[in-house]
Design a protein around this ligand. Structure first.
Ligand code: AMP
Length: 412
C-alpha cells in the first residue's frame, strides 16, 4: 500500500465503510473496497488513462501511470513513472506505489502481468487479459458464453488458408491473432489470387492467423458493460459506430436500431461479462446485419473510444464506472441524458477545431447543440493520430450530425 493512501485511509477511518475494512496490505483480498484517497496505478499513460485519472481524481483518488513517453497524456494529470511497459523494475515500482493496478490497453506483457498479479492487487485478473490478447482465445470464450461471432477458422499454413477461403468464399478477412488494431494486421481477401501475398504478409508478424467470414453488416455497433468484483453488472446504451479508413469516426447514441436489438445487445453483453468473469469494463464490438443478426467482432477489456460519448451524455461516464468497478464501489446509473454524437479529432482536425473553439460558434447556437471538446495533450498532431474527440450534445442526432458537417472540420 502506498504511504499516501495509508494516510488517507486512516484520516477517513471514522466512516463506517472504512471501519469494516481490514488494514490494506500490498495484495488486497479479492473484492476489497478501495475508497477515495487510495492510489490507482495505470499501466499505460495514453488518453484512456488520462480520462480515467480525471474521472477518478474528481472522486478523490490518486493516480500514477507507467508509460515510456515523458509527459504522456496521463502523466500531465497524474504522477508518471517514465519507463518501458516491459520494464519489470518500473512495474514493481508502480505496484509498490499503488493500492490497485489497472491498465489502459490489453497488450500487457505477459511477464509483467504475472509479476503484478503476484506482487500487487489487480482486481481485473490476468485471465481476461490473456483471453482478449488473442483473437482465437477471445472468439472461443465468446462462443462459450453462448454468443455468436463471425464464422472463423484458425490458419496454420497457406494450404489451410486455401481450404478456408474455399469454404467461406470471398471476400473474407485474414487477421493476425495478436497485436492488430485500427484495421492493422488484417487483409481483406477479395479473390483467391491474393492468398499467397496475404498469407506471406501477415505471417511475417510471427503470430497465429485467423480467417473470418466477411459479414455484410448494415451497422457496426458497440456496447460497454461494467462488472464489479461482487458481480453487479451495468450496461451503457448501444453506440452506432462509423469508421473511416478503419479508424472510428463517429459514435451515434442512441443508435438507430430497434428496442429489440438494443435489448439483445444488452443481453449478450451481460452474458459475455459473466462468462468471462469480467471485472471493470468490457467493450463489445458488434456487427448488425440486414437480417437482424448480431455477431461479436471483438472485445476490449478497458474503456473504449466508442464509449467516450458517456462523458457528458450519461449520468455516469465509462471512466467513472471503471474506477467504481475496480474499487468495488456500487456501479453508477448509465442512463442517457441527451442524444449525442462523438466525433474523433485526428491530427488533421486539430488546427481547424482550435480555430473554431476560439470564436463564437453560431452554427452550434442555431442548431442548439453543445459541442464538448476533449483534447488529450499530445504534442504532435500527426495525420490520422487520435488527438481528442468532441461530444456533440444535441436535441436530436440529426442536429449533431449537421453541426459536424457544417463546421467542415471533418471533410473526409
Ligand atoms: P477489427 O480490427 O477486427 O475491429 O476490424 C476493423 C474493421 O474491419 C471493423 O470495424 C470492420 O469494419 C472491418 N471488419 C473486420 N472484420 C470483419 C468481418 N469479418 N466482416 C466484415 N468486416 C470486417
Amino acid at each position: 500500500m502506498s504511504k499516501e493512501a495509508g494516510k488517507s485511509q486512516s484520516q477517513t477511518s471514522s466512516t463506517e465503510a472504512v471501519n469494516e475494512q481490514p488494514e490494506l496490505s500490498t495484495r488486497q483480498p479479492a473484492g476489497s473496497t478501495l475508497l477515495p484517497g487510495s492510489t490507482i496505478g495505470i499501466l499505460g499513460g495514453g488518453q484512456l488513462g488520462r480520462m480515467m485519472a480525471n474521472a477518478g481524481s474528481a472522486m478523490g483518488y490518486r493516480f500514477i501511470a507507467l508509460d515510456p513517453t515523458p509527459d504522456a497524456p496521463t502523466g500531465q494529470v497524474a504522477e508518471q513513472i517514465v519507463a518501458a511497459y516491459d520494464n519489470r523494475e518500473a512495474a514493481r515500482e508502480l505496484a509498490e506505489r499503488s493500492d490497485v493496478i489497472t491498465y489502459e490497453f490489453e497488450n500487457v506483457d505477459a511477464d509483467v502481468a504475472a509479476m503484478l498479479m503476484n506482487e500487487s492487487y489487480v482486481p481485473q485478473g490476468s485471465e481476461l487479459l490473456y483471453t482478449t490478447q488473442h483473437r482465437l482465445r477471445e472468439k472461443r470464450a465468446i462462443e462459450a458464453a453462448g454468443v455468436r461471432v463471425a464464422p472463423y477458422s484458425e490458419i496454420r499454413s497457406v494450404e489451410e488458408l486455401h481450404e478456408a477461403v474455399a469454404r467461406f468464399g470471398t471476400p473474407c478477412v485474414l487477421k493476425t491473432a495478436m497485436g492488430g488494431y485500427d484495421g492493422k494486421g488484417q487483409w481483406v481477401i477479395r479473390s483467391k489470387d491474393e492468398i499467397p501475398e496475404a498469407y506471406e504478409t501477415l505471417a511475417r508478424a510471427g503470430v497465429q492467423l485467423v480467417l473470418e467470414q466477411f459479414i455484410r453488416f448494415e451497422k457496426e455497433l458497440s456496447i460497454i458493460a461494467a462488472r464489479s468484483p461482487q458481480g453487479e453488472i451495468k450496461v451503457f446504451p448501444v453506440a452506432e459506430n462509423i469508421h473511416v479508413d478503419n479508424i472510428l469516426h463517429l459514435s451515434i447514441v442512441p443508435a438507430r436500431i430497434s428496442e429489440n436489438v438494443q435489448r439483445e445487445a444488452e443481453q449478450l453483453a451481460k452474458q459475455i461479462t459473466e462468462g468471462l468473469g469480467v471485472v471493470g469494463l468490457i467493450a463489445v464490438e458488434l456487427f448488425y446485419t440486414a437480417d437482424g443478426e448480431l455477431f461479436v467482432n471483438e472485445l476490449a477489456p478497458r474503456p473504449h473510444n466508442s464509449g467516450h460519448y458517456t462523458m457528458e451524455a450519461c449520468r455516469t461516464s465509462q471512466f467513472e464506472q471503471h474506477i467504481r468497478a475496480i474499487c468495488n464501489l456500487p456501479l453508477g446509473d448509465t442512463t442517457l441524458m441527451s442524444p449525442v454524437v462523438m466525433v474523433n479529432v485526428l491530427g488533421q482536425h486539430v488546427e481547424p477545431l482550435l480555430a473554431l473553439l476560439a470564436r463564437r460558434d453560431e452554427t452550434a447556437e442555431r442548431l442548439k447543440v453543445a459541442p464538448k471538446v476533449h483534447l488529450y495533450g499530445k504534442k504532435d498532431a500527426v495525420h490520422k493520430r487520435k488527438m481528442g474527440h468532441v461530444n456533440v450534445l444535441a436535441p436530436d442526432i440529426d442536429a449533431a450530425l449537421s453541426w459536424i458537417k457544417e463546421t467542415t472540420i471533418w471533410k473526409v
